[in-house]
Design a binder for this molecule. Structure first.
Ligand code: ASN
Ligand code: ZN
Ligand code: CA
Length: 534
Protein backbone atom coordinates (compact mmCIF):
# COMPACT_ATOMS: atom_id res chain seq x y z
CA UNK A 1 0.00 0.00 0.00
CA UNK A 2 1.31 3.40 -0.86
CA UNK A 3 -0.65 6.56 -0.35
CA UNK A 4 0.37 10.03 -1.29
CA UNK A 5 1.56 12.27 1.46
CA UNK A 6 -1.00 14.77 0.17
CA UNK A 7 -3.88 12.54 1.12
CA UNK A 8 -2.25 11.69 4.41
CA UNK A 9 -1.96 15.29 5.44
CA UNK A 10 -5.19 16.40 3.85
CA UNK A 11 -6.76 16.82 7.25
CA UNK A 12 -4.27 19.45 8.25
CA UNK A 13 -5.25 23.00 7.63
CA UNK A 14 -2.99 25.98 7.30
CA UNK A 15 -3.85 28.63 9.82
CA UNK A 16 -6.02 31.42 8.54
CA UNK A 17 -6.58 30.18 5.03
CA UNK A 18 -8.16 26.88 6.08
CA UNK A 19 -7.42 25.82 2.55
CA UNK A 20 -5.68 22.61 1.68
CA UNK A 21 -2.00 22.47 2.42
CA UNK A 22 -1.16 23.85 -0.99
CA UNK A 23 0.26 22.90 -4.35
CA UNK A 24 3.21 21.02 -2.98
CA UNK A 25 0.86 18.62 -1.30
CA UNK A 26 -0.54 17.60 -4.69
CA UNK A 27 2.72 16.00 -5.61
CA UNK A 28 3.12 12.27 -5.20
CA UNK A 29 6.86 12.66 -5.22
CA UNK A 30 7.89 12.13 -1.62
CA UNK A 31 11.07 14.11 -2.20
CA UNK A 32 8.87 17.20 -2.44
CA UNK A 33 7.40 16.61 0.96
CA UNK A 34 9.66 19.15 2.60
CA UNK A 35 7.52 21.84 1.02
CA UNK A 36 4.43 20.68 2.81
CA UNK A 37 5.25 22.48 5.97
CA UNK A 38 6.57 25.66 4.45
CA UNK A 39 3.93 26.11 1.78
CA UNK A 40 1.21 27.14 4.21
CA UNK A 41 -0.36 30.48 3.60
CA UNK A 42 1.54 33.58 4.57
CA UNK A 43 1.32 34.73 8.14
CA UNK A 44 -2.29 34.31 8.92
CA UNK A 45 -3.03 35.61 12.37
CA UNK A 46 -1.34 38.98 12.56
CA UNK A 47 -4.11 40.91 14.21
CA UNK A 48 -2.64 42.62 17.22
CA UNK A 49 -5.97 43.64 18.71
CA UNK A 50 -5.53 41.29 21.62
CA UNK A 51 -3.98 42.95 24.62
CA UNK A 52 -2.37 40.92 27.36
CA UNK A 53 -3.71 41.49 30.86
CA UNK A 54 -1.44 43.66 32.93
CA UNK A 55 1.26 41.67 34.68
CA UNK A 56 0.82 38.56 32.52
CA UNK A 57 4.03 36.58 32.13
CA UNK A 58 5.03 35.51 28.58
CA UNK A 59 3.56 31.99 28.84
CA UNK A 60 0.31 33.38 30.16
CA UNK A 61 0.27 35.61 27.10
CA UNK A 62 0.69 32.58 24.82
CA UNK A 63 -2.29 30.84 26.40
CA UNK A 64 -4.33 33.99 26.66
CA UNK A 65 -3.78 34.77 23.01
CA UNK A 66 -4.64 31.22 21.91
CA UNK A 67 -7.80 31.36 24.00
CA UNK A 68 -8.77 34.60 22.23
CA UNK A 69 -8.29 33.15 18.72
CA UNK A 70 -9.83 29.76 19.50
CA UNK A 71 -12.46 30.24 16.84
CA UNK A 72 -9.77 30.61 14.16
CA UNK A 73 -8.13 27.40 15.35
CA UNK A 74 -11.21 25.23 14.82
CA UNK A 75 -11.60 24.87 18.57
CA UNK A 76 -14.97 25.08 20.21
CA UNK A 77 -15.79 27.40 23.05
CA UNK A 78 -15.61 24.61 25.59
CA UNK A 79 -12.12 23.50 24.54
CA UNK A 80 -9.31 24.35 26.90
CA UNK A 81 -6.36 25.48 24.77
CA UNK A 82 -3.90 24.23 27.38
CA UNK A 83 -5.05 20.69 26.75
CA UNK A 84 -4.97 21.14 22.95
CA UNK A 85 -1.47 22.62 22.56
CA UNK A 86 1.91 22.32 24.17
CA UNK A 87 4.80 24.76 24.08
CA UNK A 88 7.77 22.83 22.73
CA UNK A 89 10.36 25.61 22.49
CA UNK A 90 10.94 29.20 23.55
CA UNK A 91 13.74 31.37 22.19
CA UNK A 92 14.51 35.07 22.48
CA UNK A 93 16.16 36.93 19.63
CA UNK A 94 18.73 39.00 21.50
CA UNK A 95 19.01 41.45 18.61
CA UNK A 96 15.33 42.33 18.40
CA UNK A 97 14.07 41.37 21.85
CA UNK A 98 11.29 39.30 20.26
CA UNK A 99 10.28 36.03 21.86
CA UNK A 100 9.53 33.09 19.59
CA UNK A 101 7.51 30.10 20.69
CA UNK A 102 7.00 26.75 19.05
CA UNK A 103 3.87 24.80 19.82
CA UNK A 104 2.32 21.53 18.79
CA UNK A 105 -1.28 20.51 18.71
CA UNK A 106 -2.14 17.58 20.97
CA UNK A 107 -5.05 15.24 21.21
CA UNK A 108 -5.38 13.31 24.45
CA UNK A 109 -1.77 14.09 25.20
CA UNK A 110 -0.46 12.81 21.85
CA UNK A 111 0.95 15.25 19.27
CA UNK A 112 -0.71 15.55 15.86
CA UNK A 113 1.86 15.02 13.12
CA UNK A 114 2.48 18.18 11.11
CA UNK A 115 0.21 20.31 13.28
CA UNK A 116 2.75 22.67 14.79
CA UNK A 117 2.81 26.41 15.13
CA UNK A 118 5.00 29.40 15.92
CA UNK A 119 3.84 32.30 18.05
CA UNK A 120 5.66 35.60 18.38
CA UNK A 121 5.80 38.28 21.07
CA UNK A 122 7.57 41.54 20.26
CA UNK A 123 9.89 43.42 22.60
CA UNK A 124 6.99 45.48 23.90
CA UNK A 125 5.27 42.28 25.00
CA UNK A 126 2.55 42.18 22.32
CA UNK A 127 1.66 38.97 20.51
CA UNK A 128 2.32 39.83 16.86
CA UNK A 129 1.53 36.65 14.98
CA UNK A 130 0.70 32.97 14.96
CA UNK A 131 1.72 30.78 12.04
CA UNK A 132 1.51 27.12 11.20
CA UNK A 133 -1.15 24.45 10.96
CA UNK A 134 -3.85 22.87 13.07
CA UNK A 135 -6.11 19.91 12.36
CA UNK A 136 -9.68 20.67 11.53
CA UNK A 137 -12.38 20.67 14.12
CA UNK A 138 -13.88 17.41 12.90
CA UNK A 139 -10.70 15.54 13.74
CA UNK A 140 -10.69 16.76 17.27
CA UNK A 141 -13.71 14.72 18.20
CA UNK A 142 -11.53 11.65 18.31
CA UNK A 143 -13.13 9.01 20.47
CA UNK A 144 -11.18 8.74 23.67
CA UNK A 145 -10.69 5.00 23.22
CA UNK A 146 -8.47 5.50 20.10
CA UNK A 147 -5.43 5.25 22.32
CA UNK A 148 -6.77 1.93 23.54
CA UNK A 149 -6.41 0.54 20.02
CA UNK A 150 -2.65 0.77 20.45
CA UNK A 151 -1.26 -2.76 20.46
CA UNK A 152 2.21 -2.04 19.07
CA UNK A 153 5.16 -0.78 21.09
CA UNK A 154 7.78 1.62 19.76
CA UNK A 155 10.28 -1.23 19.60
CA UNK A 156 7.85 -3.31 17.55
CA UNK A 157 7.30 -0.36 15.20
CA UNK A 158 11.07 -0.10 14.64
CA UNK A 159 11.15 -3.84 13.89
CA UNK A 160 8.27 -3.47 11.43
CA UNK A 161 10.12 -0.69 9.59
CA UNK A 162 13.36 -2.69 9.54
CA UNK A 163 11.48 -5.72 8.25
CA UNK A 164 9.84 -3.71 5.46
CA UNK A 165 13.15 -2.14 4.37
CA UNK A 166 14.87 -5.54 4.44
CA UNK A 167 12.22 -6.95 2.10
CA UNK A 168 12.89 -4.13 -0.36
CA UNK A 169 16.66 -3.68 -0.10
CA UNK A 170 18.04 -6.90 1.41
CA UNK A 171 19.94 -7.33 4.64
CA UNK A 172 20.53 -3.94 6.24
CA UNK A 173 23.85 -2.78 7.70
CA UNK A 174 24.42 -1.05 10.99
CA UNK A 175 22.04 1.80 11.87
CA UNK A 176 23.72 5.18 11.50
CA UNK A 177 21.30 6.75 13.98
CA UNK A 178 20.00 4.82 17.00
CA UNK A 179 16.45 3.90 15.91
CA UNK A 180 13.70 5.67 17.82
CA UNK A 181 9.92 5.74 17.47
CA UNK A 182 7.62 8.63 18.39
CA UNK A 183 3.89 8.21 18.76
CA UNK A 184 1.64 10.65 16.87
CA UNK A 185 -1.84 11.12 15.66
CA UNK A 186 -1.33 10.86 11.95
CA UNK A 187 -4.08 11.82 9.53
CA UNK A 188 -4.57 9.13 6.88
CA UNK A 189 -7.12 10.14 4.26
CA UNK A 190 -8.91 12.29 6.75
CA UNK A 191 -8.92 9.66 9.47
CA UNK A 192 -6.78 10.15 12.54
CA UNK A 193 -4.61 7.09 13.15
CA UNK A 194 -2.27 6.35 15.94
CA UNK A 195 1.15 5.87 14.35
CA UNK A 196 4.82 5.73 15.15
CA UNK A 197 7.25 7.82 13.17
CA UNK A 198 10.61 6.06 12.80
CA UNK A 199 13.54 5.98 10.42
CA UNK A 200 15.67 3.33 8.78
CA UNK A 201 19.10 4.91 8.43
CA UNK A 202 21.84 2.67 7.04
CA UNK A 203 24.74 2.80 4.60
CA UNK A 204 24.52 -0.88 3.64
CA UNK A 205 23.41 -2.37 1.26
CA UNK A 206 23.09 1.23 0.09
CA UNK A 207 22.69 4.61 1.76
CA UNK A 208 19.08 4.76 2.96
CA UNK A 209 17.17 7.17 5.12
CA UNK A 210 13.60 6.00 4.96
CA UNK A 211 11.00 7.72 7.10
CA UNK A 212 8.27 5.32 8.19
CA UNK A 213 4.86 5.85 9.70
CA UNK A 214 3.91 2.56 11.30
CA UNK A 215 0.37 1.93 12.51
CA UNK A 216 0.31 1.58 16.30
CA UNK A 217 -2.81 -0.51 15.86
CA UNK A 218 -1.43 -3.32 13.73
CA UNK A 219 2.19 -2.53 12.80
CA UNK A 220 1.39 -1.95 9.12
CA UNK A 221 3.23 0.66 7.04
CA UNK A 222 0.93 3.68 6.69
CA UNK A 223 3.43 5.70 4.69
CA UNK A 224 7.13 5.73 3.89
CA UNK A 225 9.49 7.72 1.78
CA UNK A 226 13.21 8.04 1.24
CA UNK A 227 14.51 11.30 2.69
CA UNK A 228 17.64 11.03 0.54
CA UNK A 229 17.54 13.10 -2.61
CA UNK A 230 19.32 12.36 -5.88
CA UNK A 231 21.32 15.32 -7.08
CA UNK A 232 24.07 16.20 -9.53
CA UNK A 233 27.36 17.12 -7.94
CA UNK A 234 30.33 18.85 -9.48
CA UNK A 235 34.02 18.58 -8.78
CA UNK A 236 37.49 18.75 -10.23
CA UNK A 237 39.40 15.59 -11.04
CA UNK A 238 43.00 14.53 -10.57
CA UNK A 239 44.02 16.20 -13.83
CA UNK A 240 42.24 19.47 -13.12
CA UNK A 241 39.16 18.78 -15.24
CA UNK A 242 35.75 19.80 -13.90
CA UNK A 243 32.97 17.26 -14.18
CA UNK A 244 29.48 16.39 -12.97
CA UNK A 245 28.24 13.16 -11.40
CA UNK A 246 25.31 11.87 -9.37
CA UNK A 247 25.23 12.35 -5.60
CA UNK A 248 22.72 12.07 -2.82
CA UNK A 249 21.59 14.44 -0.12
CA UNK A 250 20.91 13.03 3.33
CA UNK A 251 19.69 15.73 5.66
CA UNK A 252 22.31 18.42 5.15
CA UNK A 253 25.07 16.00 4.10
CA UNK A 254 25.89 15.10 0.50
CA UNK A 255 27.01 11.55 -0.20
CA UNK A 256 29.16 10.33 -3.09
CA UNK A 257 26.49 7.86 -4.03
CA UNK A 258 24.69 7.44 -7.35
CA UNK A 259 21.37 5.64 -7.04
CA UNK A 260 20.48 6.15 -10.70
CA UNK A 261 22.70 3.41 -12.16
CA UNK A 262 22.03 -0.27 -11.43
CA UNK A 263 21.96 -0.96 -7.71
CA UNK A 264 24.07 2.10 -7.14
CA UNK A 265 27.61 3.45 -7.42
CA UNK A 266 29.22 4.25 -4.08
CA UNK A 267 32.60 5.85 -3.52
CA UNK A 268 34.47 5.48 -0.24
CA UNK A 269 37.70 6.64 1.32
CA UNK A 270 40.14 4.40 3.18
CA UNK A 271 41.64 7.55 4.73
CA UNK A 272 45.16 6.27 3.92
CA UNK A 273 44.56 3.06 5.83
CA UNK A 274 43.77 -0.41 4.51
CA UNK A 275 40.33 -1.41 5.76
CA UNK A 276 37.73 -1.75 3.05
CA UNK A 277 35.45 -0.36 1.89
CA UNK A 278 36.31 2.42 4.36
CA UNK A 279 33.92 5.35 4.82
CA UNK A 280 31.35 6.53 2.31
CA UNK A 281 32.52 9.93 1.13
CA UNK A 282 30.41 12.86 2.27
CA UNK A 283 30.55 16.61 1.90
CA UNK A 284 28.76 19.60 3.34
CA UNK A 285 28.45 21.01 -0.18
CA UNK A 286 27.70 19.39 -3.53
CA UNK A 287 30.93 20.81 -4.95
CA UNK A 288 33.50 18.09 -4.29
CA UNK A 289 37.13 18.81 -3.61
CA UNK A 290 38.58 15.30 -3.21
CA UNK A 291 40.03 14.93 -6.71
CA UNK A 292 40.72 11.20 -6.46
CA UNK A 293 37.16 10.61 -5.25
CA UNK A 294 35.65 12.81 -7.97
CA UNK A 295 37.39 10.77 -10.68
CA UNK A 296 36.73 7.37 -9.10
CA UNK A 297 33.03 8.21 -8.91
CA UNK A 298 32.63 9.92 -12.29
CA UNK A 299 34.68 7.23 -14.09
CA UNK A 300 32.75 4.39 -12.44
CA UNK A 301 29.61 6.06 -13.85
CA UNK A 302 31.25 6.36 -17.28
CA UNK A 303 32.27 2.71 -17.17
CA UNK A 304 28.75 1.66 -16.16
CA UNK A 305 27.31 3.74 -19.02
CA UNK A 306 29.77 2.34 -21.56
CA UNK A 307 28.91 -1.26 -20.68
CA UNK A 308 25.20 -0.47 -20.85
CA UNK A 309 25.32 1.53 -24.09
CA UNK A 310 27.81 -0.61 -25.99
CA UNK A 311 26.99 -4.08 -24.73
CA UNK A 312 23.57 -3.77 -23.07
CA UNK A 313 25.22 -4.93 -19.87
CA UNK A 314 23.77 -3.78 -16.54
CA UNK A 315 26.88 -3.46 -14.36
CA UNK A 316 29.56 -6.04 -13.66
CA UNK A 317 27.19 -8.97 -13.12
CA UNK A 318 24.57 -7.80 -15.66
CA UNK A 319 22.20 -7.63 -12.71
CA UNK A 320 22.94 -4.10 -11.53
CA UNK A 321 25.65 -5.10 -9.03
CA UNK A 322 26.53 -2.10 -6.90
CA UNK A 323 29.88 -0.63 -7.96
CA UNK A 324 32.06 0.31 -5.03
CA UNK A 325 35.29 2.21 -5.22
CA UNK A 326 37.63 3.12 -2.41
CA UNK A 327 40.17 5.90 -2.86
CA UNK A 328 43.13 6.92 -0.65
CA UNK A 329 44.03 3.30 0.03
CA UNK A 330 47.12 3.04 2.25
CA UNK A 331 49.86 5.66 1.75
CA UNK A 332 51.64 6.51 -1.49
CA UNK A 333 50.26 3.27 -2.89
CA UNK A 334 51.29 2.83 -6.55
CA UNK A 335 48.49 0.55 -7.67
CA UNK A 336 44.78 -0.05 -8.13
CA UNK A 337 42.99 -3.38 -7.91
CA UNK A 338 39.75 -5.33 -7.98
CA UNK A 339 39.47 -7.40 -4.80
CA UNK A 340 36.62 -9.63 -5.86
CA UNK A 341 33.91 -7.29 -4.57
CA UNK A 342 35.10 -3.74 -5.22
CA UNK A 343 37.82 -1.60 -6.76
CA UNK A 344 40.54 0.13 -4.78
CA UNK A 345 42.84 3.02 -5.70
CA UNK A 346 46.08 4.21 -4.19
CA UNK A 347 47.17 7.84 -4.26
CA UNK A 348 50.48 6.96 -5.89
CA UNK A 349 53.79 8.27 -4.55
CA UNK A 350 53.64 11.31 -6.83
CA UNK A 351 56.62 10.09 -8.86
CA UNK A 352 55.66 6.73 -10.39
CA UNK A 353 51.94 7.49 -10.17
CA UNK A 354 49.56 10.22 -9.17
CA UNK A 355 46.11 9.23 -7.81
CA UNK A 356 45.28 6.16 -9.90
CA UNK A 357 41.55 6.88 -10.27
CA UNK A 358 42.54 9.86 -12.43
CA UNK A 359 42.64 7.71 -15.59
CA UNK A 360 39.45 6.34 -17.12
CA UNK A 361 41.24 3.39 -18.69
CA UNK A 362 42.59 2.39 -15.27
CA UNK A 363 39.10 2.55 -13.75
CA UNK A 364 37.69 0.67 -16.75
CA UNK A 365 40.48 -1.92 -16.46
CA UNK A 366 39.77 -2.64 -12.79
CA UNK A 367 36.01 -2.82 -13.26
CA UNK A 368 36.45 -5.13 -16.24
CA UNK A 369 38.16 -7.57 -13.86
CA UNK A 370 34.76 -7.69 -12.16
CA UNK A 371 33.05 -8.44 -15.48
CA UNK A 372 35.57 -11.17 -16.28
CA UNK A 373 35.02 -12.74 -12.89
CA UNK A 374 31.29 -12.89 -13.65
CA UNK A 375 31.76 -14.34 -17.18
CA UNK A 376 34.77 -16.24 -18.56
CA UNK A 377 36.31 -16.19 -15.07
CA UNK A 378 39.77 -16.54 -16.62
CA UNK A 379 42.16 -17.93 -14.01
CA UNK A 380 44.53 -15.14 -12.90
CA UNK A 381 47.63 -17.21 -13.65
CA UNK A 382 49.67 -18.11 -16.73
CA UNK A 383 48.05 -17.67 -20.16
CA UNK A 384 44.46 -17.35 -18.88
CA UNK A 385 45.79 -14.73 -16.45
CA UNK A 386 47.46 -12.81 -19.28
CA UNK A 387 44.17 -12.92 -21.20
CA UNK A 388 42.33 -11.73 -18.09
CA UNK A 389 44.70 -8.76 -17.94
CA UNK A 390 44.43 -8.17 -21.68
CA UNK A 391 40.63 -8.02 -21.69
CA UNK A 392 40.79 -5.47 -18.87
CA UNK A 393 43.22 -3.39 -20.93
CA UNK A 394 41.23 -3.76 -24.16
CA UNK A 395 37.86 -2.76 -22.71
CA UNK A 396 39.27 -0.22 -20.24
CA UNK A 397 41.19 1.47 -23.04
CA UNK A 398 38.16 1.37 -25.36
CA UNK A 399 35.99 3.07 -22.73
CA UNK A 400 38.36 6.02 -22.79
CA UNK A 401 38.87 5.49 -26.52
CA UNK A 402 41.28 8.38 -27.09
CA UNK A 403 44.54 6.52 -27.69
CA UNK A 404 46.08 3.06 -27.29
CA UNK A 405 47.86 3.77 -24.02
CA UNK A 406 47.03 2.46 -20.56
CA UNK A 407 47.56 4.68 -17.56
CA UNK A 408 48.95 7.65 -19.48
CA UNK A 409 46.85 10.09 -17.43
CA UNK A 410 48.28 9.01 -14.06
CA UNK A 411 51.68 7.44 -14.81
CA UNK A 412 54.91 9.33 -14.00
CA UNK A 413 53.38 12.79 -13.55
CA UNK A 414 56.85 14.28 -14.06
CA UNK A 415 57.36 12.63 -17.48
CA UNK A 416 55.21 13.67 -20.43
CA UNK A 417 53.88 11.29 -23.07
CA UNK A 418 54.69 7.94 -21.46
CA UNK A 419 52.35 5.28 -20.11
CA UNK A 420 52.15 2.03 -18.21
CA UNK A 421 51.37 -0.06 -21.29
CA UNK A 422 50.65 0.40 -24.99
CA UNK A 423 48.25 -1.74 -27.00
CA UNK A 424 49.74 -0.43 -30.24
CA UNK A 425 53.34 -1.09 -29.30
CA UNK A 426 53.67 -3.35 -26.24
CA UNK A 427 57.51 -3.59 -26.37
CA UNK A 428 57.66 0.14 -25.65
CA UNK A 429 56.84 -0.83 -22.06
CA UNK A 430 58.61 -4.18 -21.91
CA UNK A 431 55.77 -6.41 -23.04
CA UNK A 432 55.98 -9.01 -25.82
CA UNK A 433 53.92 -8.42 -28.96
CA UNK A 434 54.26 -11.91 -30.34
CA UNK A 435 53.74 -15.32 -28.85
CA UNK A 436 57.32 -16.49 -29.44
CA UNK A 437 58.56 -13.71 -27.15
CA UNK A 438 56.28 -14.61 -24.26
CA UNK A 439 57.59 -14.69 -20.71
CA UNK A 440 57.67 -18.18 -19.26
CA UNK A 441 58.90 -17.54 -15.72
CA UNK A 442 56.80 -17.59 -12.59
CA UNK A 443 56.87 -14.02 -11.34
CA UNK A 444 53.71 -11.90 -11.60
CA UNK A 445 51.59 -15.08 -11.66
CA UNK A 446 53.48 -16.26 -14.74
CA UNK A 447 53.71 -12.84 -16.35
CA UNK A 448 50.03 -11.86 -16.46
CA UNK A 449 50.94 -8.16 -16.84
CA UNK A 450 53.64 -9.02 -19.38
CA UNK A 451 52.09 -11.52 -21.76
CA UNK A 452 48.88 -9.51 -21.97
CA UNK A 453 50.80 -7.51 -24.59
CA UNK A 454 50.37 -10.34 -27.11
CA UNK A 455 46.57 -10.32 -27.05
CA UNK A 456 46.54 -6.52 -26.72
CA UNK A 457 48.53 -6.27 -29.95
CA UNK A 458 46.14 -8.66 -31.72
CA UNK A 459 43.22 -6.46 -30.67
CA UNK A 460 45.02 -3.33 -31.78
CA UNK A 461 45.82 -4.81 -35.20
CA UNK A 462 42.24 -6.00 -35.72
CA UNK A 463 40.89 -2.57 -34.83
CA UNK A 464 43.47 -0.32 -36.42
CA UNK A 465 45.04 -2.54 -39.06
CA UNK A 466 48.67 -2.57 -40.20
CA UNK A 467 51.38 -4.87 -41.36
CA UNK A 468 53.15 -6.69 -38.57
CA UNK A 469 55.57 -9.62 -38.78
CA UNK A 470 54.90 -9.64 -42.54
CA UNK A 471 51.14 -10.10 -42.05
CA UNK A 472 48.79 -7.37 -43.26
CA UNK A 473 45.59 -6.74 -41.33
CA UNK A 474 42.80 -4.53 -42.63
CA UNK A 475 41.45 -2.76 -39.57
CA UNK A 476 37.75 -2.95 -38.73
CA UNK A 477 37.69 -0.05 -36.28
CA UNK A 478 37.67 -0.06 -32.51
CA UNK A 479 33.91 -0.44 -32.09
CA UNK A 480 33.53 -3.67 -34.10
CA UNK A 481 36.70 -5.02 -32.52
CA UNK A 482 35.59 -4.35 -28.96
CA UNK A 483 32.15 -5.87 -29.68
CA UNK A 484 33.88 -9.04 -30.87
CA UNK A 485 36.21 -9.20 -27.86
CA UNK A 486 33.45 -8.49 -25.34
CA UNK A 487 31.27 -11.20 -26.90
CA UNK A 488 34.19 -13.63 -26.76
CA UNK A 489 34.80 -12.86 -23.09
CA UNK A 490 31.18 -13.25 -22.07
CA UNK A 491 30.20 -16.29 -24.16
CA UNK A 492 33.25 -18.17 -25.51
CA UNK A 493 36.20 -18.07 -23.11
CA UNK A 494 36.56 -20.29 -20.04
CA UNK A 495 38.59 -20.47 -16.83
CA UNK A 496 41.54 -22.21 -18.49
CA UNK A 497 41.52 -20.61 -21.95
CA UNK A 498 45.03 -20.13 -23.33
CA UNK A 499 46.11 -17.89 -26.23
CA UNK A 500 45.22 -20.47 -28.84
CA UNK A 501 41.76 -20.84 -27.30
CA UNK A 502 41.43 -17.03 -27.31
CA UNK A 503 42.16 -17.02 -31.05
CA UNK A 504 39.40 -19.54 -31.65
CA UNK A 505 37.00 -17.74 -29.29
CA UNK A 506 37.55 -14.36 -30.96
CA UNK A 507 37.16 -15.79 -34.47
CA UNK A 508 33.97 -17.62 -33.46
CA UNK A 509 32.67 -14.48 -31.81
CA UNK A 510 33.37 -12.44 -34.98
CA UNK A 511 31.64 -15.11 -37.05
CA UNK A 512 28.59 -14.97 -34.78
CA UNK A 513 28.38 -11.18 -34.90
CA UNK A 514 29.40 -10.47 -38.52
CA UNK A 515 29.20 -13.69 -40.53
CA UNK A 516 31.69 -16.28 -41.75
CA UNK A 517 33.05 -14.44 -44.77
CA UNK A 518 33.09 -11.02 -43.12
CA UNK A 519 35.90 -8.49 -43.07
CA UNK A 520 35.71 -8.70 -39.27
CA UNK A 521 36.48 -12.43 -39.25
CA UNK A 522 39.34 -11.84 -41.71
CA UNK A 523 40.74 -9.06 -39.53
CA UNK A 524 40.83 -11.00 -36.27
CA UNK A 525 42.20 -14.10 -38.03
CA UNK A 526 45.02 -12.10 -39.60
CA UNK A 527 45.65 -10.28 -36.30
CA UNK A 528 46.29 -13.56 -34.47
CA UNK A 529 48.42 -14.78 -37.36
CA UNK A 530 50.47 -11.59 -37.05
CA UNK A 531 51.18 -12.08 -33.32
CA UNK A 532 51.97 -15.75 -33.91
CA UNK A 533 49.03 -17.28 -32.10
CA UNK A 534 47.57 -20.27 -33.94
N1 ASN B 1 46.47 -2.95 -11.14
C1 ASN B 1 46.70 -4.35 -11.21
C2 ASN B 1 45.68 -4.97 -12.12
O1 ASN B 1 44.51 -4.71 -12.03
C3 ASN B 1 46.60 -4.97 -9.88
C4 ASN B 1 47.01 -6.39 -9.98
O2 ASN B 1 48.17 -6.72 -10.06
N2 ASN B 1 46.07 -7.31 -10.03
O3 ASN B 1 46.05 -5.75 -12.97
ZN1 ZN C 1 44.50 -5.91 -14.05
CA1 CA D 1 44.53 7.08 -20.59
Amino acid sequence: MKKSLASLLAGIVALGSFASVGAAAESNDPSNSGELFTSSSPISLTDQAWKAPAGANPEDKVWGYLESVKGNLSLSAKDNVRSKFQITEQKTNVKTGSQHYRLSQYISGIPVYGADQTLHIDKSGNVTSLLGSVVEDVYQSIPQPLIQLKTISGTEAISAATHDATLTYGLLGESQIAPAAQLYYFIVEGEPKLAYKTEVNVLEPEPLRIRYFISAEDGSVLFKYNILEDLTGTGTGVNGDTKTFETRLSGSTYQLYDSTRGKGIATYTAKNRTSLPGTLLTSSSNVWTDKAAVDAHAYAEKTYDYYLQHFGRNSLDNNGLQIRSTVHYYTSYNNAFWNGTQIVFGDGDGVTFKELSGDLDVVGHELTHGVTENTANLEYYGEPGALNESFSDIIGNSIEGDNWLIGDDVYTPGVAGDALRSLANPPLYNQPDKYSNRYTGTSDNGGVHTNSGINNKAFYLAAQGGTFNGVTVTGIGREDAVQIYYNALVYYLTTSSNFSAARTAVIQSATELFGAGSAQVAAVTQAYNAVGVH
